[in-house]
Design a protein around this ligand. Structure first.
Ligand code: C2E
Ligand code: CA
Ligand code: CA
Length: 510
């Protein structure tokens, strides 16, 4: 490790130290000469010369000493700040935070009063940073820190422990209300869009919580546990939080395995696409097929997308995998009826890659698919990362003649104003609303509202996850136009069966 150098040592400081030390040496030299050569050297009586030289010597020595000790003090403070505080945010750096966690663990061990360690992480911060540039990334971190600091009371210790990761030590006695409400509020606050100098940036946040002394007292183990809780929260969706549970270690091991295996699996050709039909609710005709990726591992069998898509996004493997999916779906489209489109899921990370539009155009050209037969399914979060850029990309995609559906609609952002700026052709009502429609009148109201909104915007509505005839009836009554779900057909490999099954199922609509 290289020594920490203090850039605050000014040239003047160095000059004073060197000059006074030099003067001291010079005087000592003169003194030496005077003793050897007598009065000829300085031309004054020995006692006077001796006194002057002694005074100069003392002065030089005291200046040098003062300057030296001031420097030591200042350097010590500098080194302390350098190693304990994060330069960008002024918060504690990771090593200092580990120290604070150790102190908190000791205190809570003695008093028995719980202290929570809360791990807050910006999802896919690395990708955001790469996409918007480090300067804007720094501005985002500063704005995020300001909001975090403002949201927490005095006495709460905070540190930046990773690029987009923060740790908070929150004593129970400082908590105003329940932990649940506090974390919910914090996440909501931190996920409000950030106005940066160049654009408005949205982020998703995941949070993991451990409680001391219940979950241990070793600071490194506690940090790992809060991070495991965080990973588990992230796997559950956007803006989630979770409290540590010992089983989470197993999930993390599985995730690690997925990460190490993904590249090999892709090269080996483990992946395939299954297709699930989408039907027009009025006519009962199949109008399109959604392509859903499948990973069949030679030893472990089927691994569902929910277990590997987020890992692929974090490791960058989503770029080749996403490209492969789009290319294969466009190629497979020639085996689907001419009047059917193919819908392809696009990850937010893929959507934000530099040449996304160019890539889509190349694939359309290479495969010869009619762009009218291609639909891209994008989530709200993909569009909200950088609204201006997203709006521009959507405009270009629409101009190319393909269509865009907003996937999982209703689960992301409550602010609908942004919809006006975006060009898309379909809203896809999330399965969570469809599955609760029969029992929960609020879900029914949400569905009707989304259909009304679509009409106002002049776009179509599709409902996913339709499993019962009752749901289909309610959706038709609400004015929804297209449906997809196990009631009409499960995702299946491309074969004659895939194409035939929905025709038999279509009767279910009427
Ligand atoms: P999604 O885009 O919301 O896809 C719909 C998911 O719901 C699919 O799960 C589908 O099999 C399932 N599903 C369809 N009908 C029903 C139903 O009636 N009942 C129930 N319970 N489930 C139904 P799957 O295939 O496991 O995919 C999960 C998620 O993984 C997808 O959610 C999508 O976000 C992602 N995904 C799948 N394929 C791809 C892909 O090629 N690229 C990307 N980026 N993401 C993908
Ligand atoms: Ca989808
Ligand atoms: Ca969904």
């Amino acid at each position: 490790m290289s020594a920490v150098r203090n850039p605050n040592r000014s040239p003047l400081f160095r000059l004073v130290t060197i000059a006074s030390a030099g003067l001291g040496s010079f005087v000592i030299g003169l003194w030496g000469l005077k003793w050897t050569l007598g009065n000829q050297v300085v031309g004054m009586p020995t006692e006077v010369a001796g006194a002057v030289i002694a005074a100069l010597c003392a002065l030089a020595a005291s200046i040098a000493a003062m300057s030296f000790f001031a420097g030591v003090d200042e350097s010590a403070e500098f080194v302390f700040k350098e190693t304990n505080f994060d330069k960008l945010t002024g918060l504690l750096a990771r090593p200092a935070m580990v120290g604070k966690i150790a102190e908190a663990a000791c205190a809570t061990g003695r008093s028995g009063k719980p202290i929570f360690l809360i791990d807050v992480d910006i999802d896919r911060f690395k990708q955001i940073n790469d996409a918007i540039g480090y300067c804007q990334g720094d501005a985002l971190i500063r704005a995020f820190t300001a909001r975090l600091t403002a949201a927490l009371p005095k006495g709460v210790v905070m540190g930046r422990i990773g690029a987009g990761e923060f740790a908070i030590l929150y004593p129970d006695q400082l908590m105003d209300g329940a932990l649940e409400a506090l974390v919910d509020r914090l996440i909501e606050d931190l996920m409000r869009p950030y106005p940066l100098p160049s654009h408005v940036q949205s982020v998703n946040v995941s949070v993991g919580v451990v409680a001391m002394p219940k979950d241990g007292n070793d600071p490194v183990a506690l940090l790992r546990r809060s991070n495991l809780a965080l990973q588990s929260a992230r796997a559950g969706g956007i803006g989630n939080w979770a409290v540590f549970h010992p089983d989470m270690g197993k999930v993390a091991d599985h995730r690690q395995w997925v990460e190490s295996e993904l590249h090999v699996a892709f090269e080996r050709g483990d992946f395939d696409l299954h297709y699930q039909p989408q039907l027009d609710l009025m006519s009962g005709n199949v109008v399109g097929y959604e392509a859903l990726i499948r990973w069949r591992h030679p030893e472990r069998g089927m691994i569902p997308p929910i277990e590997f898509i987020s890992v692929a996004e974090e490791t960058g493997m989503i770029a080749p995998i996403g490209d492969w999916v789009l290319r294969k779906a466009c190629t497979d489209a020639r085996h689907l009826p001419d009047d059917c489109f193919v819908a392809v899921n696009i990850s937010p990370v893929q959507f934000m890659t530099r040449d996304f539009v160019g890539n889509v155009a190349r694939i359309i050209q290479d495969t010869g698919i009619d762009p009218k037969r291609l639909e891209l399914e994008l989530t709200e979060s993909a569009m909200m990362q950088d609204r201006d850029r997203a709006a521009e990309i959507l405009k270009q995609l629409t101009a190319m003649g393909l269509s865009v559906a907003v996937d999982d609609f209703g689960t992301g952002y409550s602010n609908l104003a942004y919809l006006i700026d975006f060009s898309f052709q379909k809203l896809k009502i999330d399965r969570s609303f469809v599955s609760r429609m029969e029992t929960d009148s609020n879900s029914g109201a949400v569905v009707s509202t989304i259909v009304g909104l679509s009409r106002a915007l002049g776009v179509r509505t599709i409902a996913e996850g339709v499993e019962t005839e009752n749901q289909a009836t309610l959706l038709r009554a609400a004015g929804c136009q297209v449906v997809q779900g196990y009631l009409f057909g499960r995702p299946a490999p491309l074969s004659l069966d895939t194409l035939r099954a929905p025709a038999q199922q279509a009767a279910a609509i009427h």
